[in-house]
Design a protein. Structure first.
Lengths: 414, 324
């Protein structure tokens, strides 16, 4: 384990320190992918016969050009921070939680149940109970793949995909059954939803403090999300669990040799991830809507994976990445008002951005690894090729979904 | 329960079998070549929007009429699926991006891409097209559709594509098990290093596997939108791409067993649509029945009832050739 932090001191002393090299590499990769996305976007805009500069500046204007715009951006970013953190903390331990989607859907149901059935509680108690219920709900949904992974080796990618499917049906069942609304007047046409939550059970709007329109639904969940980012950072960098998680993630073999229980570590990561995922849906039901709707916003969990990559799995980077995602999403409004380009252009732009980020990181990571290997070779040192993973960059195939679908322990059995 | 209801449920299950089986075959080619593809749902989504457009375009705009219009529409959906799958191929094979990451991105981008294309195809409607698009003439299967006792209903009024999908098992099995091409493709998924040492280009076969997966999933989506529903509608794939993935896993990546699981899950989808009043089933909420494919898959993957064994090298980055 000790080799991790001190990979080839001789080699490193000949150039910049490894962490600096890693950081520079990441930044270069990030900038390059922004340029690629902007360029590809420009080509699309030109194809519509409009000016890229004009369109980009109107996106900027709509999102960051006014207090209201910033409010909207931050409200969009809030759930994405939770969901990207949930993805990132699993990544650290070499786990791929693509079940954030199902975890937040299940957690929304549990939270809605708490709101509807505990309405007699005063404001702080009801809200705390709801948030705790949501986190527990997320943990329960994450515990299933977590336990199966540890106990049977069932790959978490497959099991979480299946748990996502189950969660969607579970929400539909709850809304058609136990949580179905009965507070609407007879004969009124209302989309399927739960009962309206009690007034004191909603999170307060903080928009007016900053002069943001109530329409943005900016809530103090934003601060909860940012605090969660700080907590996750602390957890990864400064605690025993974080240390063990990084050890398991970068080299399970040496972690085991070092006395780390891989199963226990991974299960704990999954539970923390589930708790974070549980909070993803809260902005939606406690701030935006005030009830559990059938037509809820989907794919927040999958988007979280994109945001986690954009933020390089770094908790602080994730906050900025979520805000950037919010800026682009908010840009839809500008397109709708000011140009002939369909608003869906934004989703294409986000897609191109995330694709180029994924690919450029991969290239940067490989170049860095090759470079360190070469330097180490010159210094006559044998170096663990895991190299730059210490700097917290996105994980490559060797470390995450690599053996997806391939339970290692069972070969040849049918 | 009236006997005809069971027969109709079986008839519906054939339709869903077709969707799940075609998409599953797509996943089969990709994963047998060594590239995990959880982007099947996204590839299907692209197939739905392009297939619905293609059916109208070839039938009405180009005035090809029946049956050529809908057939070309289906092929158009398959082509667009393959083109979109090339993103996954380039990312995973040439740039060695994690297969799962790339698959997630495919699914994510597909939703936006579908709206974008829909806006362009259907006069600014970004979430659906006009209903009642052209489709192939329905088919009564000879002999089976004259069975007595209401059973005939199961084999009446089927899309010819259903039969075509079921017949796909022969060429797929033959190509993978008897043709040099298929044996090489499979060995790329089992042991790429050894395959390369025989002078076979692993990236080349993997590209073919992934593009085929896009073509099959795209055709499946096009079938769903154009043949079954008659128009494109956002979200109409209903997670069937993931159900196909589940069937693929349970089938042990085998095209013959895949038929069985695709039909079984297709039947599970059909139950709530037709057999709600049947004994036992009437006690279960329909949403619980919809969970069955996922639960069965979890149980199987956890090894509670036998093990599934995927292609050995599926999901692993391969260093030899096709580099960055």
């Amino acid at each position: 384990l000790a080799t991790e932090g001190m990979a080839a001191p001789v080699a490193v002393s000949r150039s910049r320190p490894a962490w600096l090299e890693g950081l520079v590499g990441q930044l270069v990769a990030l900038l390059a992918s922004f340029m690629i996305a902007l360029l590809a976007g420009s080509l699309l805009i030109l194809a519509y016969g409009e000016s890229p500069a004009g369109v980009y500046s109107s996106i900027f204007e709509a999102s960051l050009g006014s207090v209201d715009g910033i409010g909207y951006v931050l409200a969009i970013a809030t759930p994405l921070i939770f969901s990207a953190l949930a993805v990132a903390i699993c990544f650290k331990g070499g786990l791929f939680n693509i079940g954030v989607e199902g975890q937040y859907i299940f957690a929304m149901v549990v939270a809605a149940w708490a709101e509807v059935s505990l309405g007699f509680l005063p404001a702080p108690l009801l809200l705390s109970a709801t948030l705790i219920a949501a986190m527990v709900g997320g943990m329960v949904w994450a515990a299933v793949p977590g336990i199966l992974k540890v106990r049977t080796g069932a790959h978490e990618v497959v099991t979480t995909i299946m748990m996502n499917g189950i969660a969607v049906s579970f929400l539909a069942w709850a809304l058609n059954g136990p949580l179905r609304f009965n507070d609407a007047p007879e004969g009124a046409f209302v989309d399927l939803r739960s009962n309206l939550f009690p007034e004191q059970g909603l999170v307060g709007d903080i928009g007016e403090i900053f002069g943001v329109t109530p329409g943005a639904h900016l809530s103090w969940l934003l601060f909860l999300a940012i605090s969660a980012a700080v907590v996750v950072w602390f957890l990864i960098r400064r605690t025993r669990l974080g240390y063990e998680a990084r050890a398991v993630g970068s080299s399970p073999g040496s972690a085991r040799a070092g006395g780390v229980s891989i199963g226990a570590t991974q299960l704990r990561l999954f539970l923390i991830s589930g708790a974070l995922a549980g909070l993803v849906g809260m902005q939606q039901i406690l701030a935006d809507r005030g009830y559990l709707p059938q037509n809820f916003v989907v794919a927040l969990g999958f988007t979280g994976i994109a945001v986690a990559f954009l933020g390089q799995n770094n908790p602080i980077g994730i906050v900025f990445a979520a805000i950037l995602w919010g800026v682009l999403s908010r840009g839809e409004v500008a397109l709708q008002i000011q140009s002939e380009i369909p608003r869906e252009f934004i989703i294409i732009l986000q897609g191109i951005l995330i694709l180029s980020v994924v690919i450029t990181y991969q290239i940067a990571k490989r170049r860095l690894a090759a470079r360190q290997l070469q330097l180490a070779g010159e210094a006559g040192e044998l170096v663990d090729s895991a190299g730059p993973s210490e700097s917290g960059g996105p994980r490559g195939p060797e470390e995450t979904g690599a053996e997806a679908f391939a339970p290692v322990d069972e070969r040849g059995a049918t | 329960v009236p006997f005809t209801d069971i027969a109709v449920a079986i008839q519906i299950s054939f339709t869903y079998f077709t969707i799940i089986y075609l998409t599953g075959l797509g996943g089969l080619f990709s994963e047998r070549s060594g590239i995990v593809n959880i982007g099947l749902e996204g590839l299907m989504i692209v197939g739905t929007v392009t297939g619905a457009f293609g059916a109208r375009f070839f039938t009405d705009t180009l005035e090809l009429g029946l049956p050529w219009g809908p057939l070309f529409g289906l092929l158009f959906g398959a082509l667009c699926g393959a083109v979109f799958a090339s993103v996954h191929a380039v990312a995973t094979i040439s740039f060695r991006v994690d297969h799962i990451v790339s698959g997630v991105v495919i699914n994510l981008v597909a939703i936006g891409l579908a709206r974008f294309l829909s806006y362009a195809f259907f006069n600014g409607q970004s979430t659906q097209s006009d209903p009642g698009g052209p489709h192939l003439a329905r088919l009564d299967i000879p002999l089976l559709s004259s069975l007595p006792g209401g059973l005939d209903r199961a084999f009446e009024g089927l899309s010819p594509i259903v039969v075509l999908a079921a017949l796909m098992v022969f060429p797929v099995w033959y190509s993978l098990n008897r043709l040099r091409w298929g044996l090489r493709l499979r060995s790329c998924g089992e042991n790429p290093e050894a395959t390369r040492s025989l002078g076979v280009s692993v990236p080349l076969y993997r590209y073919q596997g992934v593009l085929l997966s896009g073509a099959f999933a795209g055709a499946s989506g096009a079938f769903l939108a154009a043949e079954v529903i008659g128009n494109w509608r956002e979200g109409q794939t209903l997670g069937l791409g993931f159900i196909a993935l589940a069937a693929l896993i349970l089938s042990n990546w085998n095209p013959i067993r895949l038929m069985f699981f695709a039909w079984l899950f297709g039947f599970a989808v059909a139950i709530p649509l037709r057999l709600n009043d049947a004994p036992v089933i009437s006690l279960l909420p329909e949403q619980f029945i919809r969970m069955i494919p996922y639960i069965v898959t979890i149980v199987a993957i956890a090894g509670f009832v036998g093990r599934v064994r995927p292609p050995a090298a599926a999901g692993k980055a391969y260093e030899g050739g096709g580099g960055t």
